[in-house]
Design a protein around this ligand. Sequence first.
Ligand code: BTN
Length: 330
Amino acid sequence: MSRENVLSLLRERQGEYLSGEAMSRALGISRAGVWKAIEGLRQEGYVISSAPNRGYRLEQGPDRLRAGELAGPLSGCLIGRKLLCLDTVDSTNTECKRQAMAGEPEGLVVISDEQTGGRGRLGRTFQSPKGCGLYLSALLRPKLEPAAVTDFTAWVAVAVCDGIEACCGVRPQIKWTNDIILGGKKLVGILTELGLESESNALEYLIPGIGINVNHRPEDFSPEIRDMATSLSQQLDKPVSRVELAIQVTRALDRMYAQFPENKAEYLEKYRADCLTPGHQVQLVTPVSREEAWAVEIDDEFRLVVEMPDGSRRALSAGEVSVRGMYGYV
Ligand code: BTN
């Protein structure tokens, strides 16, 4: 833990020297403890210079998703008030659920360097190779009726676009309901899960899980999805810092959650601006049917209004059908 705390202090004051004594005072550990933490960080690949009478300065470090990198920039946020950063896990959503069931209060964020059983919607898997992506879930406990959170996943999609834009300077688009697209290919998947108390049906927890393809090369995706999937580094033609992305996405989630559900007008307006589905011919796919329709607009409940070949209109809710583009992935 002292290693994470020392890293957090060095990150907060990056570019400046920080004396061993100041760190030892701030953290309540001995000077020898500070020195040991610095040596440990150096062994992990952090370049930390030291100068007599001035102390230590962080020059550069590996792009590792860990509490010491994230805690400082997220101080003051509810989402991210506690961080569980893992090397590997079955699924960050599943781990978040385990924590929820053990009584963890809201605000926990679980991040893993890889997922061995990453889950997507409709029972699909989400490929989560090591070291390439951002796989993040947050534990929330809103005091709302379950029916009041049906559009939450659309709010999450807007927040993820905000976070990516803040980190990378590009704003992706949303394929209804919550796939995030860049360059015509899938960049992000979102899986929001909730838990209800069996007797009262009250909402016990809400877990948005976000998987962003960050530094994947084409060969990091399986051949089946290679043509449909993309990553930020492929689109921007340069590596992207997962640490900076995790900070910006978590902050955007935190800002969004503070306004949920009151500030619906703002999120609806952003969702409509970001969503590329209206104005396209789509296929509505259920386990037993496949129909063509024209996507018309997003209504005030974040539903997709479609016009059927007979001219009738339907408003589709998330989870009801899967919407596929007719030409290419979108
Ligand atoms: C989809 O595209 O169908 C949704 C994919 C959601 C993937 C994320 S990665 C973090 C979190 N943990 C999971 O197991 N799934 C979500």
